[in-house]
Ligand binder design. Structure first.
Ligand code: FES
Length: 84
């Protein structure tokens, strides 16, 4: 499963490096049951809508708004069940 994290400047300021670091750790810790490809992409166009609180992450067509503090919950809810 491909998980794409926005690395545009707005999302960078909102904590993209921290979000990526936590996701990398979680993927590594769950390597037996998780098959996840992490990728980066420049601005997904969501920040201009004014609704972005955190970092935009895309899984397929779905885009999520994830703060650094919410990464673990996001991983447990949106990634782990789909790849276990
Ligand atoms: S910089 Fe991330 S959606 Fe624009």
């Amino acid at each position: 499963m491909k998980v794409t994290i926005c690395i545009g400047s707005f999302c960078h300021v909102k904590g993209a490096p921290a979000v990526i670091a936590v996701l990398q750790r979680l993927v590594a810790e769950n390597t037996v049951k998780v098959r996840v490809e992490l990728a980066g992409e420049f601005c997904m166009g969501q920040c201009q809508s004014g609704h972005t609180e955190g970092v935009n992450i895309a899984i397929g067509e779905e885009i999520y708004d994830v703060s650094p503090a919410g990464v673990e919950a996001f991983f447990q809810k949106e990634i782990l069940p789909k790849v276990s």
